[in-house]
Write a protein that binds this ligand. Structure first.
Ligand SMILES: [Cu+2]
Length: 241
């Protein structure tokens, strides 16, 4: 029973990074492969399409804290970042990109057993070592970078990643549509629309997610130009005019 529980906990906690190329050397199974094509925070980036490089340093301070520098990242949705991570401390550290919930779950697991990540969203470095994590931030939102080695998170090794929604929309991404129904309470709208280039979908009538700002620009029966994209796996209106 204990084993079964443990396996379940692992499977849940590891909902985080699951890629065919990812390996976990800490001894957990990869039987959950394929459940998630990509993480909430995005997906492994392609070295050829890096938009910018951010240098990150990890170290201990004289007063016993452990820190990342810089302390926060501001990223635009869709950007591919090369994190050039250096461990300038005297202890081993790691750099993990995930949601706060994902890091929390992974941290709890690491407190129970010593494991090393070797997933594309993380890098573990010995003192003096450096390495790259290349990541594409596909979704807007607030995420987190952290060191999940037991005790390090609590000593200060975590910081926010703010991914701002991309407001510069390509004209070619807009589709024409007619608002059929608005359910403001549920944050949903039904649109009779033409082809959706960003989603590679044909003309039809579909329900989309839309936030308050988007719904404010709509009324039932109105003809609109809008952009639909996938946000956290849901078809969402991301721009309207
Ligand atoms: Cu650390």
């Amino acid at each position: 029973m204990k084993n079964l529980l443990m396996t379940t906990t692992l499977a849940l906690a590891l909902s985080a990074p699951v890629f065919a190329s990812g390996t976990h050397s800490g001894g957990h199974d990869d039987d959950h492969v394929g459940e998630h094509a990509q993480m909430m925070i995005g997906k492994p980036g392609d070295a050829a399409s890096v938009d910018r490089t951010i240098n990150v340093t990890m170290r201990e301070t004289d007063d016993g804290d452990m820190v990342f520098s810089p302390e926060a990242f501001e990223i635009a949705q869709g950007e591919t970042i090369r994190f050039n991570v250096t461990n300038a401390g005297a202890l081993e550290h790691e750099f993990v990109l995930d949601t706060m919930a994902g890091n929390e779950a992974h941290k709890e697991m690491m407190a129970k057993m010593d494991m090393e990540h070797d997933d594309p969203n993380s890098i573990r470095l010995d003192e003096g070592a450096s390495g790259d994590v290349i990541w594409t931030f596909s979704n807007a939102g607030t995420f987190e970078f952290a060191c999940l080695i037991p005790g390090h998170y609590e000593s200060g090794m975590h910081g926010p990643i703010t991914v701002a929604q991309n407001s510069e929309q390509n004209e070619a991404d807009f589709s024409s549509g007619k608002i059929k129904k608005i359910d403001a309470k549920a944050g949903k709208v039904t649109i009779i629309h033409g082809p959706l280039p960003k989603l590679d979908m044909p003309a039809m009538t579909m329900v989309f997610r839309a936030d308050e700002a988007m719904i404010a620009k709509m009324s039932e029966g109105k003809e609109v130009e809008f952009v639909a994209d996938r946000v956290n796996g849901k078809l969402t209106v991301t721009a309207i005019k």
